[in-house]
Design a protein around this ligand. Sequence first.
Ligand SMILES: [Zn+2]
Length: 239
Amino acid sequence: MLEQLELLLELQEIDTDLADLSRQGELLPIRIGEFKTEKARVRAALQEKELALDVAKKERQHREHELEDATARINDLKAKQLVIKTNEEYAALTHEIAFAGQGISDLEDGILTLLEDIDQLAADVEKAGAEKAEAERGIDESVSELQARLDELNDALAVKKDERLRIAMRIDASLLRRYEGIFRSKGDCALAPVVDGACSGCYKSLPPQTVIEVKRATRFTECDGCGRILYWRRETDVG
Ligand SMILES: [Zn+2]
């Protein structure tokens, strides 16, 4: 029985390590995901600025064309005015020319405002581009570090699993099932040493008879408080 107990204790140590590695293994991809989200965010921020700049540039082109058209129209009107016959027609054209002139002035004002916007947007694009480049450098570095740790972790997991398999093979099948059931339900350990006459898993005081049984180690005894398998630490057996 003592040999089986030693094997179970080894198994428990491995299972504790495996649980710890698995927890870390779950956290790392989450952190990698967060970095990737941040990378997408800075990229989207730049794209948004670039799009706004593009829209402003197109709007400027559109207004420039409108201005050309309006200038051509006013030149037409002025040419017509030179060959006009009646005062009414002349007055009507003067009115039209004044109206077209106002349109041109509005377009020019609009274009000036757009030019200012374009300058501001170009500066924004440059800033967002620099921010993106810097963020990406940091993020790529962090992601490759985390990825390397994840790879190491997976290697360590594979080694531990292999180790576990070799030990589990040497444990009696029904005892292994019993141990695994307790380990799963407790989440931390399935074997608890008796310390000062109590179960160290749930701190319940044990009847003296149970302590004697555990110390004698002729069969596996479970704590009637928590159900963990009790054992006697040989190093505490001195004296
Ligand atoms: Zn207990």
